[in-house]
Design a protein around this ligand. Structure first.
Ligand SMILES: CC(C)(COP(=O)(O)OP(=O)(O)OC[C@H]1O[C@@H](n2cnc3c(N)ncnc32)[C@H](O)[C@@H]1OP(=O)(O)O)[C@@H](O)C(=O)NCCC(=O)NCCS
Length: 155
């Protein structure tokens, strides 16, 4: 399976990626207008994975003044656990090697927390009852931070 990673988005790609986001994040999924308007905000970028012409996952991130913000990441259910998520985050971290990276993840999202830990993120703060969960209690948001790659000791 050859996975291609690209940044040259168009509306059709964003439509497909928004469907993936809504599929894998039922309460937090972004529709096409939300995804597009966020992406059109200054300093915001997308990197997406394709198999053939089919988009299979993406990362959306923002270059803020003193840090990088991972706004969201999603990989289609059928393509998870094939290192697509890892590759997308590593691309972003390497592209901004001088900056620390911040993100928020739901306390009940164990899969994403595993991935972030593997890639060197640590939990630094919590926002209580932040994510809507329908009839269940809201989930806390965990704030994770990763130091800049450039500050890591050379092996
Ligand atoms: C989180 C997500 C992006 C991970 O993408 P992925 O391409 O499946 O992840 P990878 O294959 O790159 O995983 C790399 C490592 O992360 C960890 N990991 C990923 N998914 C995991 C899971 N379901 N359970 C435990 N660990 C997991 C593992 O250490 C994995 O390495 P391994 O497969 O060798 O054990 C994907 O599960 C997803 O789209 N989830 C729904 C959306 C979401 O939660 N986004 C984050 C919002 S903050």
């Amino acid at each position: 399976m050859l996975v291609e990673f690209r940044s040259d988005w168009d509306d059709a790609t964003l439509q497909a990626l928004s469907l993936i986001h809504q599929e894998v994040l039922p309460y937090q999924g972004w529709d096409f207008p939300s995804l597009k308007s966020t992406l059109e905000t200054g300093g915001t970028y997308i990197r997406f994975a394709c198999i053939g012409s089919t988009p299979t996952g993406f990362i959306l991130y923002r270059d803020s003044i003193d840090c990088l913000e991972l706004l969201t990441i999603a990989v289609a259910q059928n393509y998870q656990r094939q290192k697509i998520g890892r590759h997308l985050i590593e691309f972003m971290l390497n592209a901004y090697a001088e900056k620390p990276c911040l993100l928020e993840v739901a306390a009940d999202n164990i899969a994403a927390q595993h991935l972030y830990h593997v890639l060197g993120f640590i939990h630094i703060n919590t926002r209580k009852a932040y994510y809507f969960r329908g009839h269940k209690p809201a989930s806390d948001a965990l704030i994770f931070k990763r130091p800049p790659i450039s500050q890591e000791p050379v092996a």
